[in-house]
Design a binder for this molecule. Structure first.
Ligand SMILES: Nc1nc2c(c(=O)[nH]1)N[C@H]1C(S)=C(S)[C@@H](COP(=O)(O)O)O[C@H]1N2
Ligand SMILES: [Mo]
Length: 371
């Protein structure tokens, strides 16, 4: 599909998003749209590695998912058969692009310059990938899945936009879905409808959209954007000047703990007195345990109150009333900590050449102004 048409589609479906300059359709949410338990679909970011696939109006009726590779009985299902033959389950989970926050790294790294909005939290409904794998009979040799879709690289017809996969343990985990609904609506086309992978805790890149085929592999999948430094972090710290050896990189399989302040917004002006700080906090596989908030640039911190959230992969809203009496500039910070004590770096996340997993503490600068 031509980029101009894709952009027109986006403006209609998601007028509030900020478009990123790119050869593919990519758009992020302004922070103030991210304060809800469930991110409404119009506010949910879009990330594409290639052209949107051209699907017929009857795509959902004709869609077929193939499962083959290291299985005893290769299978194929229509969407209707998936819904009929397997238990349908729903869960709430955060979907975050591994590149979210990339614009915050210095030195700058190549790739889309996402600020804070390549994230959302939705309710996903589908069937468990584990149930499909059981129906096909996973061989002992199974190590990884490879996922396939019809979208192609811009200007490179025939070349898949992306083909990623999951370690077999994650493919078999109860939270991993082949999903056909989002926020209780049929999965929107822009989000991979009719069918996508939902892999809570993994980076968004593992959430293959427009899913047509799952191949079970006997080794780590080597599809488009699986190899090299794509969606990988160095095992040892690297500096911007270091030579890059992809052999020293590992696939990202877990997203770090993070908090986002959704109110007040950057550049705010408030009267002296109590200021309500609000936001959302989440992490990958290790649950969020607490959020601390500072209104003095990190000199002192207070514990925010944290809502329960809709299950272990959902984000949790936090609030903290802050006393801000002194007229002048204020820096508000929020710092989440996970159940294993992992927390957000105050002085920048570990730099990496592709700019992934930036979970540096979010700072919002504003001012207290005389009444
Ligand atoms: N087929 C396909 N699936 C894909 C992608 C893509 O370009 N093509 N992008 C991935 C990446 S990098 C992310 S972050 C998520 C974004 O999902 P969303 O567009 O529904 O927000 O989709 C993933 N699945
Ligand atoms: Mo992504």
């Amino acid at each position: 599909m031509a980029l101009e048409i894709e952009r027109a589609l986006l403006r209609l479906a998601k007028p509030g998003l900020r478009l990123l300059e790119d050869e593919a359709l990519n758009a992020e949410a302004p922070v103030d749209l991210l304060g809800d338990d469930l991110t409404p679909i119009p506010s949910f970011f879009i990330r594409n590695n290639g052209r949107l696939p051209v699907l017929g109006a009857d795509a959902a009726d004709r869609w077929a998912l193939t499962l083959d590779g290291e299985v005893e009985r290769p299978r194929a299902w229509t969407l209707a058969e998936l819904k009929r033959d397997f238990p349908v389950v729903s869960l709430t989970a955060v979907l975050e692009c591994a590149g979210n926050g990339r614009a915050g790294f210095s030195a700058a790294t190549e790739g889309l310059q996402w600020t804070l909005g390549a994230i959302g939290c939705a309710r996903w409904t589908g069937v468990r990938l584990a149930d499909l794998l059981a129906a096909a009979g996973v061989r002992r040799s199974a190590a990884y899945t490879g996922h396939f879709s019809p979208d192609e690289r811009a200007g490179k017809p025939g070349q898949p936009a992306i083909s990623r996969g999951l370690p077999i343990e994650k493919a078999l985990a109860p939270e991993t879905l082949v999903a056909f609904a989002m926020n209780d609506e049929p999965l929107p086309y822009l989000h991979g409808g009719p069918l996508r992978i939902v892999a809570p805790g993994f980076p968004g890149s593992a959430w293959q959209k427009w899913l047509t085929r799952i191949a079970v592999r006997d080794r780590e999948h080597d599809g488009e954007k699986m190899t090299g430094t794509n969606y990988r972090l160095p095992r040892e710290p690297v500096r911007p000047s270091d030579a890059i050896d992809p052999a020293r990189f590992t696939v990202i399989t877990d997203m770090p703990v993070k908090a986002l302040i959704t109110a007040p917004l950057a550049g705010f002006a408030a009267s002296p007195g109590e200021l309500a700080v609000r936001g959302v906090a989440w992490s990958g596989h290790i649950p969020v345990a607490s959020v601390a908030v500072s209104a003095d640039g990190g000199a002192s911190w207070c514990e925010a109150s944290l809502e329960a959230g809709a299950g272990r992969f959902a984000w949790r809203r936090f609030t903290a009333p802050i006393m801000a009496d002194a007229v002048g500039p204020v820096t508000i910070m929020a710092r989440a900590t996970d159940a294993k004590g992992g927390t957000q770096p105050l002085d920048g996340a570990p730099w990496n050449p592709r700019g992934y997993c930036n979970n540096a503490v979010h700072r919002v600068v504003g001012a207290i102004v005389p009444r």
